[in-house]
Design a protein around this ligand. Sequence first.
Ligand code: ADP
Ligand code: MG
Length: 324
Amino acid sequence: MSSTVDDDTTTLPPPVLTDGIVVHDLHRAFGSVKALDGVHLTARAGAVTALVGPNGSGKTTLLLVLAGLLVPDRGAVRVAGHDPVAHGPLARAGTGWMPDTFGTWDSLTAREVLLTFAAAYRLSPAAAAARVTELLATVHLSEYADRPASVLSRGQKQRLGLARALVHDPSVLLLDEPASGLDPRSRVDLRILLRRLADEGRTVLVSSHVLSELDEMADDAVFLSRGRTVVPEATAGTSASWHVRALSVEALTAWLTSTGTAWQPDGAAATATGAGGVLVDVDGDDGAARLVRDAVTAGVPLVSLVPAAGALEQAYLTLEEERR
Ligand code: ADP
Ligand code: MG
């Protein structure tokens, strides 16, 4: 434990908050690389908080500090009211950690992997057996319970990693890219499970650079860029790309061109119904309403108009643009 951590905790308000996560001015360097360079965040209990940032922005480093697996250079951290550095065992007992890559055990079955962790958390053998059976069902791995974990697919291993993080019924969940490698069905299951865990009053912090899934599952978002928490430029009301589809893409493009509106072909628009579409820059909801009204007035057989990216993705793209 470094004394700076203790010194800096005095800059935090008294730890009245006994749940959730609070991070104040966190720093951690690896040699000359400042992986964390001034992170501030709050994650509420009862909510899913997205930790969003490009590759190398410090997400994994931050989660390792929160999980008590990496000592920060300075800054203050409270996880469920505990300092993971000063009160490691206490903090870890209430924290479930799912790493981005989950090691394999050549000889252990999925059930044995979870029983091993349950024993490490000192669950009694009877309680552990029941808990593990329940968790295998929760992550839809019951039929793989007694097969070697090494034969599981990447997505199945991710689900086993999630079950592992839940073994000791933690109040705080730290999940590093949990949706990576999951098929669409498993992503939906993950979203439902994270929602349930949050509804039970837990704190869920989930990192990803795949934004569409976070957009759907997160209540709050924290953005990291080059080791710092940043507030993305407001995207509401600014011009953004929308998918515009019409029964006749020729009629649509002819009309857009005649009104002087720039458009681009939309590779994602081809559908079995024969309707086609283009990408158009639209000036917020007002611009979208205007476009619908004018297109319909001009007799263009409009089918749909949807934003090309969710709110998180658009915020993320403003961060990507600032990368050098
Ligand atoms: P993310 O998870 O957002 O992709 P990381 O936290 O893994 O980002 O990495 C942040 C930065 O710190 C990167 O520049 C990375 O190369 C560096 N880094 C992370 N871990 C180490 C380490 N153990 N040794 C040296 N550099 C590291
Ligand atoms: Mg990472």
